[in-house]
Design a protein around this ligand. Structure first.
Ligand SMILES: Nc1nc2c(ncn2[C@@H]2O[C@H](COP(=O)(O)OP(=O)(O)OP(=O)(O)O)[C@@H](O)[C@H]2O)c(=O)[nH]1
Ligand SMILES: [Mg+2]
Length: 253
């Protein structure tokens, strides 16, 4: 409730800015406003069942799967309802551990509605294999909402272990770049251009792309918050819509 009223006051402030100032000032003041306040940001952790979403949430928060307050994880279908967990450093940012897409309880064609997909500001799509039809469907829905996402290819430790077992001339670097290439190309052939793909093991955080993902998200948080805030500002009249469009162009591209 406190966060909501804080957000309302920020939104009011941004409305003022958009109504009464010229464009360069708008962007600067919106930025300042967004940076100074605790603007809530909801990050959805989504993907197919068993891809490692809950384990990723725990790893991101720096806690073990069996710690108190950890997201429940298991090798059988586990997460049955979207659950928020606070970002370890920014309490206004929540990571939403979501159920998997494409199960009997959450069939792909009803998933977006059942989990209220549009309420999230940013998305992390997790897959433990090459990205498939449902992952692409999620990305397309996110693009339609003009929001952003990362792809996380999880359980890289498993891949390396099985490659090592099956290949006589195993080279970890080569295997990693093959997985990366395969993910990016596979997504491109399905119409997702220049996808941002991070290779992660939630059990070996110091390896692969986990820190890069953490740092990238941290760097992009202010911009994501600004965009979320502007999307939440009701469109009051044509003049303001135009100014909002200008602010988006300047701040995001
Ligand atoms: N080796 C390895 N196993 C992992 C990794 N991440 C998750 N797992 C395992 O994968 C299984 C499923 O993990 P969850 O995190 O419960 O998967 P989920 O996507 O939340 O599953 P649902 O909630 O059922 O959709 C568990 O047995 C985890 O221990 C990883 O990075 N490496
Ligand atoms: Mg889960």
């Amino acid at each position: 409730m406190a966060v909501q009223s804080e957000c309302d006051s920020v939104t009011k402030e941004v409305k003022e800015v958009l109504q009464h100032h010229d464009k360069p000032l708008n962007v600067g003041m919106v930025k300042e406003s967004a940076d100074q306040h605790t603007i809530p940001l909801k990050i959805a952790i989504t993907g197919e069942s068993g891809s490692g979403k809950s384990t990723f949430v725990n790893a991101f928060r720096g806690i073990n799967d069996d710690d108190e307050g950890a997201a429940p994880t298991d090798c059988v279908e586990t997460t049955e309802k979207g659950t928020p967990y606070p970002h370890p450093e920014y309490p206004s940012v929540t990571l939403w551990d979501l159920p998997g897409i494409g199960t009997t309880k959450f069939p792909a064609d009803e998933y977006m509605k059942l989990i209220e997909f549009e309420k999230f500001d940013f998305f992390i799509i997790i897959s433990d294999t090459r990205f498939r039809e449902n992952d692409v469907k999620l990305a397309q829905e996110i693009q339609k909402m003009e929001k952003k996402f990362y792809f996380v290819r999880s359980k890289i430790d498993n891949d390396l272990r099985s490659e090592e077992r099956s290949q006589r001339e195993f080279n970890a670097e080569n295997t990693i770049s093959q997985i990366r290439e395969n993910c990016v190309q596979g997504l491109a052939t399905q119409g997702i251009e220049s996808p941002r793909v991070f290779l992660v093991s939630s059990f070996q955080l110091h390896q692969y792309d986990f820190s890069l993902l953490y740092e990238t998200l941290e760097r992009e948080l202010p911009e994501l918050k600004r965009k979320a805030l502007l999307l939440a500002t009701p469109s009051i009249n044509l003049e303001i819509i135009t100014k909002k469009k200008q602010a988006f162009q300047v701040s995001l591209y």
